[in-house]
Design a binder for this molecule. Structure first.
Ligand SMILES: *Cc1c(COP(=O)(O)O)cnc(C)c1O
Length: 227
């Protein structure tokens, strides 16, 4: 699985499955983007994806992304980097500098810290609000009943460039109702971006309106365990 041709072949296959899922849902395939989730993956697999033309990547830790992407940005043009993991307020400065999209805005203190840092630096990465659709205690994200008020306050009070929503459904449940809920909340706020769907369920997510699917292991192979 470490072979360059494997990553290129997986990429091809995932792209065709995405296009097929979009067409089956009566959607334009170009309206769905692939976020290649590169967390914990060896560099050679990431470079293989880059050489095969992939340009949108997702990382879940600021520190790990900071160690890898500045150098890759110098070698590969047109990269877009998404933060898809929880963001601590003490990492906000680094995150705003490094990422183009922050998918995990989920609490007032973080919203305020992001707004302050954007004001200070002049950099304005796009923001998604993470919704904990399954109301799982161990998971990040704003709870569904609090989502409307939080989205409003991120936009109006903090002036954040909020463009959409993100969710990670509970592992042991049907994902479809969670995707449907996320879409419903997004529609209430005229938000265009829906980041939902991973290796196991991206086609279902596309059926429910995903504009971004976050695919890691199906593209790069199994991840080494987190240290
Ligand atoms: C790791 C991760 C993914 C990718 O998961 P796979 O099952 O490997 O595709 C997607 N989204 C988030 C938030 C993740 O942390």
């Amino acid at each position: 699985m470490a072979l360059e041709s494997d990553v290129a072949r997986n990429l091809d296959e995932i792209r065709s499955r995405m296009a097929e899922a979009a067409r089956a849902a009566g959607r334009d395939p170009s309206a769905v983007e692939l976020v290649a989730v590169s967390k914990l993956q060896p560099e050679e697999r990431i470079e293989a994806a880059l050489r095969a033309g992939q340009r949108i990547f997702g990382e879940n830790r600021v520190q790990e992304a900071a160690g890898r992407w500045p150098a890759l940005r110098e070698r590969f043009e047109g990269l877009t980097l998404h933060l898809i993991g929880p963001l601590q307020t003490n990492k906000v400065r680094q995150a705003v500098e490094l990422f183009d999209v922050i998918e995990t805005v989920d609490r007032p203190r973080l919203a305020k810290a992001l707004a302050d840092e954007m004001e200070r630096s002049g950099r304005r990465p796009k923001c998604l609000i993470q919704v904990n659709t399954g109301a799982e205690p161990q998971k990040s994200g704003v709870l569904p009943p609090e989502a409307d008020a939080f989205i409003e306050s991120c936009r109006r009070e903090h002036g954040l460039p909020v463009v959409g929503l993100m969710c990670i459904p509970p592992q042991d449940e049907e994902p479809a109702p969670h995707f449907a809920l996320l879409r419903k909340i997004a529609e209430r706020h005229d938000l265009e971006v829906l980041s939902m769907g991973m290796s196991a369920d991206f086609e279902i997510a596309i059926r429910f309106g995903a504009t971004h699917v976050r695919v890691g292991s199906a593209l790069f192979g199994e991840r080494p365990k987190a240290p």
